[in-house]
Design a protein around this ligand. Structure first.
Ligand code: NDP
Ligand code: HSE
Length: 432
């Protein structure tokens, strides 16, 4: 055992995550000390709002509004970054590592945007950076990818990694709510932020997918590489058709590797209703991984919230503290191969659901199916149900066999220009 008598901790941010972490570190101090072999001492907390510090149960002398006091404290061995946002969090993390501190962060934006830079800086400075909470909150994901799944060639990830959107989609499916009412409900219950853009546009999920794909495929996948589309175009009608056709609609983060080429995308998807992922409801997250040895595995649990997220952050802290106590040299162990080819969205192949509003008269379907046929898109089924006889307007739903995205886009453009078509109301990709 090393001679260190305690391990110093600096905490940046006492919000949802930081508050949960401070509570767990305080309430479980004895059990954690037994696991590490010496106590952890919370020495400084960075916050900018002193009213918050008064409301907390932490001792007032711990608080500072000056990051340099945390980063420069020689008694601090591990800094927990729970501020959020790219900056100044990224700068603080780099400064902390530059001063020889190990870092634990829950910040997906920083990790997704600066992964290789942070890992090589950590290596250079002989420190480590752990980020289990950055994807899937309390669900163990980063450690399994780094260790337990490392013998596998990973071929695919299908993930529900945004609780806010999964909650909204669950309410739309179960109660027939439209998107804006479901969003309002989510905001009222604290599941969606006042500005929900990052969640509903798939940006939050794209950050998380970039991290998972980087680990799974051993190559840098940047957030900009991830195609993302949000959920606001979905309507209650899409859910009705999905149910009738035997599907659920989920915002999926999908990563696949085939022949050295990677596809990474976040968008709404029709998935068969009997899949386990289709049954993941509310704010829960689930990540399904396919490896050549392990087959298909599913990680499921709470992807956000103070307690689940503190579970991941505190576990990272314990991991580092144990190694510091033992005097084991600590550096990140990630292998990153040269960048593999990222497939543009135009090159992916999938099945499609298309919903459109057309005139209700002979020959309409023939015109639409001719365009699809011209683009080598084969129809697997057609539904025409909702007909407004007075206005002579019909709603047509077409399911296709797998087709190239570029062909589908061109076909939809041409279909939209047909005189007999009022509008292409929506199209959603299908994953079987
Ligand atoms: P919060 O907004 O609840 O907490 C962040 C805290 O840090 C706030 O108190 C904020 O103060 C403070 N802060 C931010 N910037 C500074 C600064 N420059 N100086 C001093 N204090 C600052 O965020 P969360 O706890 O929800 O999230 C933190 C991170 O964890 C994010 O990266 C998030 O994506 C990630 N995460 C969050 C999860 C969750 O369930 N909430 C789950 C998993 C990851 P102020 O309020 O005054 O801005
Ligand atoms: N906004 C995220 C979600 C929470 O809805 O899942 C933390 O990552």
């Amino acid at each position: 055992m090393g001679r260190k008598e305690s391990i110093g901790i600096g905490l940046m941010g006492l919000g949802v995550v930081g508050g949960g972490v401070a509570k767990a570190l305080t309430e479980r101090a004895e059990a954690i000390a037994a696991q590490v072999g010496c106590p952890l001492r919370l020495r400084k907390i960075l916050e900018r709002d002193l009213a918050k510090t008064r409301a907390s149960k932490m001792e007032p002398h711990l608080f500072t509004t000056d990051a340099a006091e945390v980063i420069g404290d020689p008694e601090i061995d591990i800094i927990i970054e729970a501020l959020g946002g790219e900056r100044p969090a990224f700068d603080f993390i780099k400064e902390a590592m530059g001063r020889g501190k190990h870092v634990v962060t829950s910040n997906k934006e920083v990790m997704a945007k600066h992964f290789p830079e942070l890992l090589s800086l950590a290596k250079e400075k002989g420190v480590d950076i752990l980020y289990e909470a950055s994807v899937g909150g309390g669900i163990p994901l980063i450690a399994p990818f780094k260790q337990d799944l490392s013998a596998n060639e990973i071929s695919a990830i299908h993930a529900i990694i945004n609780g806010t959107t999964n909650y909204i989609l669950t309410r739309m499916a179960a109660e027939g709510l439209d998107f804006s009412s479901a969003l309002k409900q989510a905001q009222k219950l604290g599941y969606a932020e006042a500005d929900p853009t990052n969640d509903i546009e798939g940006i939050d999920a794209a950050y998380k997918l970039a991290i998972l794909a980087t680990l799974a495929f051993h190559t840098e996948v940047r957030p900009d590489d991830v195609y993302h589309e949000g959920i606001s175009r979905l309507s209650s009608r899409d859910f009705r058709y999905a149910r009738e056709l035997g599907y659920a609609i989920k915002l999926l983060a999908i990563a696949k590797e085939k022949d050295g080429s990677i596809e990474v995308r976040v968008h709404p998807v029709f998935i068969p209703e009997d899949l386990l992922l289709a049954k993941v409801d509310g704010v829960y997250n689930a990540v399904q991984v396919e490896g050549d040895l392990v087959g298909r595995v599913l990680f499921y649990g709470q992807g956000a919230g103070a307690l689940p997220t503190s579970s991941a952050v505190v576990a990272d802290v314990i991991n580092l503290a144990q190694r510091i106590k033992l005097g084991v040299s600590i550096t990140p162990s990630l292998r990153l191969d040269p960048t593999k080819k990222i497939k543009p969205i135009s090159e992916i192949e999938t099945r499609y659901y298309i919903r459109m509003s057309t005139q209700d008269r002979p020959g309409v379907l023939a015109q639409i199916s001719k365009i699809l046929g011209d683009h080598l898109i084969s129809i697997s089924s057609v539904i025409q149900k909702e007909t407004d006889v007075a206005a002579q307007v019909a709603e047509i739903v077409i399911m296709t066999y797998p087709a190239r995205e570029s062909a589908m886009r061109k076909a939809l453009n041409e279909i939209e220009r047909l005189e007999v078509v009022k509008e292409v109301s929506n199209f959603v990709r299908v994953e079987d």
